[in-house]
Design a protein around this ligand. Sequence first.
Ligand SMILES: Nc1ncnc2c1ncn2[C@@H]1O[C@H](COP(=O)(O)OP(=O)(O)O)[C@@H](O)[C@H]1O
Ligand SMILES: [Mg+2]
Length: 356
Amino acid sequence: MSAKGLSIIELEKVYPNKYTGDVRAVDRISMEIQPGEFVTLLGPSGCGKTTTLRMIAGFERPTGGDIRLGGESIRHLTPDRRDTAMVFQTYALFPNLNVYDNIAYGLKIKKLSRQEIRDKVTGILALTGLEGLESRHTNELSGGQQQRVALARALVMEPGVLLFDEPLSNLDAKLRVQMRTEIRKIQRAVGITAVYVTHDQAEAMSMSDRIVILKDGKIAQMGSPKEVYYHPTSEFSANFIGTANTLHGTVESWEAGALTVSVLGHELAGIPCERDFKRGDPCTLIIRPEACSVREGGVFEAKVTLSTFMGSYQLYELDIDGSRFTVHENNPKTKRVYEPGETARLHLDIADIHVI
Ligand SMILES: Nc1ncnc2c1ncn2[C@@H]1O[C@H](COP(=O)(O)OP(=O)(O)O)[C@@H](O)[C@H]1O
Ligand SMILES: [Mg+2]
């Protein structure tokens, strides 16, 4: 397979609408995707994920910008001439064809020899775990198996980039988790470039080399799962990836990469911070639920509003002067567990606080 790099340059899509005003679905986004990279477009419904993907595939015409695959502009090519393949949420299989013929369909259109087709399809059947199901009709398959056929049908074309639009949304929770590992494994094994669209942050985190967080047709942040989780650049990103507690404070001092902030009537010193701040500047502290705990000696007094045993952790919700705070206390078996209505103290791991 020859994985290609994908360049998206100032890509724009405006849907005209006389009545409500034009919809700027994709607002001049740019990104470079490396050959073999797995990039996920993540964002809430309506942020422009599908429109972006459909412009890459050629189903939608951009109103501005360019798309280059393997260094060449594909903007003016019809979908069948683009060296892209798409896996849809609805599978879009041919119901009148069996599994083998569904997968072989594109190769037949390309007029490959019978033997070549047989070799390629056999290889893909093994890769996607569909061996033995060749002669089944698609209505004799489970949802997971249908999704595998859709994936196989795209992979067999050996496209320069493989596109996925929420491919796991129709599967039950357990199968979804299983399939995301599987898709990632197959993508790695064949080394294909992939652009994956989802609104599910867990899917994005577990599958991607890089995540692109979209908001209102613009890129809110782009980075590896760890970067976006530990270093969100906005409250929007912080809340979209995982759970985030947000505290608004005022800078007391900034020195040698350590910040002192006054927040909710307390001073927190030694918060790591690369950025320059001045005394009196407002700042936002992002604290992940696992970077704090409920324990004696904690800085903030809090009211426990929820306490739920989750097995590996105790889930707390706390109220601090009207601000809601979520805490994951690991291995609760070894700790004092607080009940709703109790007063407790919240401790923050200062080194794990992120400032924006
Ligand atoms: N064919 C269309 N005509 C007009 N507006 C559209 C069309 N397709 C999508 N939109 C609008 O563009 C925006 C982005 O949609 P979409 O790309 O489907 O978002 P997502 O996939 O992230 O949910 C939305 O406001 C949507 O209503
Ligand atoms: Mg969509």
